[in-house]
Design a protein around this ligand. Structure first.
Ligand SMILES: Nc1ncnc2c1ncn2[C@@H]1O[C@H](COP(=O)(O)OP(=O)(O)O)[C@@H](O)[C@H]1O
Ligand SMILES: [Mg+2]
Length: 210
């Protein structure tokens, strides 16, 4: 579906390629886990896939057509690491409606249902939610944009153990309609899911198996 071909990226102020000739094919309704040490370029890779950054070399192809960064922003929903730090709305309802002139309540209901937040009160502040619920809200915000691919950067970072397992359930729910790329240093949390696992190291993406 989405295919990275020979992607090479060097930060403007950096000396080395952070990503060096990366090839990756992301299939429909597939889960991809990407592991790697801090600073190995995992976030950079997500930013390139989701169209926030352009690589210096290489091509990205969607359904046999090359796609520019603008198109990739349409196709992808990126949830940053610690997304709760970037909540802007005073209430959960405002957070979900942020940036839309009008949005149907049924659409909001649907995405909240999908992330397992159907019972929350939209008039409360996002800060009142638990850590795990905040992550779900951040995913819901992205789902409103109808992305084909969901990218989650360290979705379990900083969560209590009980909530870390919630993230696996969430990914399982999302898979029926999306491809999902998860950057994680805790791949063991995703045991039981069907995925392909990669290691990003020295600019190269190595397959570790599924
Ligand atoms: N704007 C930048 N200028 C210089 N170096 C950068 C820039 N952005 C990222 N880097 C470097 O690129 C490497 C990869 O960063 P990052 O993608 O955040 O890694 P990870 O998410 O795996 O921790 C790091 O060594 C970082 O220092
Ligand atoms: Mg990172």
């Amino acid at each position: 579906m989405l295919e990275l071909k020979n992607i090479t990226y060097q930060p403007q102020t950096g000396e080395k390629n952070v990503l060096d000739n990366i090839n990756l094919k992301i299939n429909e309704n597939e889960i991809i886990l990407i592991c790697g040490k801090s600073g190995s370029g995992k976030t950079t890779l997500l930013e390139i896939i989701s169209g926030l950054t352009d690589p210096q070399r290489g091509r990205i192809v969607w359904k046999n057509q090359e796609v520019n960064s603008r198109k990739r922003r349409w196709l992808c929903g990126l949830v940053f690491q610690f997304p709760e730090r970037f909540f802007l709305g005073a209430t959960i309802g405002k957070e979900l409606k942020f940036g839309y002139k009008s949005i149907k309540d049924i659409k909001i209901k649907n995405v909240l249902n999908k992330v397992g937040l159907s019972k929350i009160n939209l008039t409360t502040s996002p800060e009142k939610l638990s850590g795990g619920q905040q992550r779900r809200l951040a995913v819901a915000v992205q789902l409103l944009r109808n992305p084909n691919i969901i990218l989650l950067d360290e979705p379990t970072a900083g969560l209590d153990w009980s909530m870390k397992n919630d993230v696996k359930d969430l990914i399982l729910r999302l898979r029926s309609e999306n491809s999902i790329i998860v950057v994680t240093h805790e791949p063991e949390l995703f045991q039981g899911l069907k995925y392909r696992k990669f290691l990003l190291t020295a600019g190269k993406l190595k397959i570790l198996g599924g």
